[in-house]
Design a protein around this ligand. Structure first.
Ligand SMILES: [Mg+2]
Length: 382
């Protein structure tokens, strides 16, 4: 009779991911201090709060994964969509089947939009599943993405819109004093843009994001006028965001490197942009564009297409942390975007705040940092 040794308790195995037994959605809105306004609003008066729309998945092995859907202006309708249309399709699935779950959601919901809220919700589920996978494996997310090229990432201060020369120049000066070496503006008028560039001269590189305000002819005129300012890139100069021919027309002038992609829904949109010759820099958003799974595909496509991969990240929850891991897993270690404003409370107790313009890649399992339950409960609105 052979007596087999009792197998040692395994720690760190994807097989421990388990089956999803609970899926929920939490909408948190935290007030921030700034003398500027967000450029996104669904109402006539922008709120001085930013949303974090959490998706929380729990498995029968006791693991919890956190994801985030892009959300603005206390978006209860998006929360309802997540709860009624997405989460019922996730419950009962094996958490390690990330690609299969993502495909099931995308295929089943294709008629409800390949860009926009449905994809935001799918993105949140994907991020939460990767968090669970990392926790099951006992490894930080970056290790599951091929391992880190850096232990910290450089952060750029993404300023809100000041609409004032003095206001934006003062913000640039403050950001530089805090250690930022890269600053992105959201101004759309020449005097403010020029004032900011003067304030940054010799101390920080400046990018300009105008959020799709112009016709192609207007964009061409501004492209020419801005060319003396030595901007690192010009982001979304043309309305509408999916006018890839229009972007290509501006890019053809070779005055600026053209960045876009935060309004894309999937890899296919980036293929279309590349086919049109529209972009130098691709900016998918992990909480909008299909999550970590899709961004890894887009990164590979960019590498093969002479396009720089620099994810968009106007997020403060699990999406921001996922972007840190994604950026650290790229050989180019792209700059990390962080909106420049100061919150009444920090969801991660300050662990996601840049220091001297840099942010460390978390080393704990999964996303590597857990949200503060007390902050969530205090600022949860739905
Ligand atoms: Mg932008």
């Amino acid at each position: 009779m052979t007596i087999a040794a009792k197998p040692a308790m395994r720690t760190g195995s994807l097989s421990q991911s388990g089956r999803i037994i609970k899926a929920e959605c939490l909408l948190v809105a935290v007030p921030f201090q700034s003398d500027a306004k967000p450029v996104w609003s669904f109402t006539s008066a922008p709120k001085n709060t930013f949303d974090t729309l959490f998706v929380r998945l729990e498995t029968d092995t006791g693991l919890v994964g956190w994801g985030e859907a892009f959300s603005r202006t206390e978006d209860r309708s998006l929360k309802s969509l997540v709860e009624t249309r997405i989460l019922p399709l996730v419950t009962g699935e094996e958490a390690r089947h990330i690609g299969k779950i993502k495909h099931k959601l995308e295929y089943g919901l294709q008629n409800f939009g390949r860009v926009g809220p449905t994809m935001y919700a799918i993105s949140a589920v994907d991020i939460a599943l990767w968090d669970i996978a990392g926790k099951a494996a006992g490894a930080p997310l970056v290790d599951l993405l091929g391992g880190p090229f850096a232990n910290e990432v450089e952060v750029y201060a993404s300023l809100l819109r000041y609409d004032s020369e003095d206001g934006v120049a003062a913000a640039v000066t403050r950001a530089i004093a805090e250690g930022y070496r890269y600053i992105k503006l959201h101004e759309i008028r020449y005097p403010e843009i020029a004032a900011a560039c003067t304030a940054a001269a010799g101390k920080a590189s400046v990018m300009l994001d105008v959020n799709c305000p112009w016709s192609v002819s207007e964009a061409l005129a501004m492209d020419a006028r801005l060319s003396e300012l030595n901007l690192l890139w010009l982001e979304e100069p043309v309305w509408p965001p999916d006018d890839f021919r229009g972007l290509a027309r501006v890019r053809a002038e070779k005055r600026h490197r053209i960045a876009a992609g935060e309004n894309a829904g999937s890899l296919q949109d980036f293929v279309a942009m590349a086919d049109a010759g529209a972009i130098d820099i691709a900016q998918p958003d992990v909480a909008k564009t299909g999550g970590i799974t899709e961004l890894m595909k887009i990164a590979a496509f960019c590498e093969a297409s002479a396009i720089e991969f620099v994810p968009h990240c106007a997020l403060f929850g699990p999406g921001q942390i996922a972007t840190v891991h994604l950026n650290a897993a790229q050989r180019t270690v792209p700059l990390l975007e962080r909106l420049y404003c100061h919150f009444e409370a920090e969801i991660y107790n300050g662990a996601t705040l840049p220091v001297n313009g840099r942010l460390a890649v978390p080393t704990g399992p999964g996303l590597g940092i857990e949200p503060d339950q007390a902050v969530i409960e205090c600022y949860r609105i739905a």
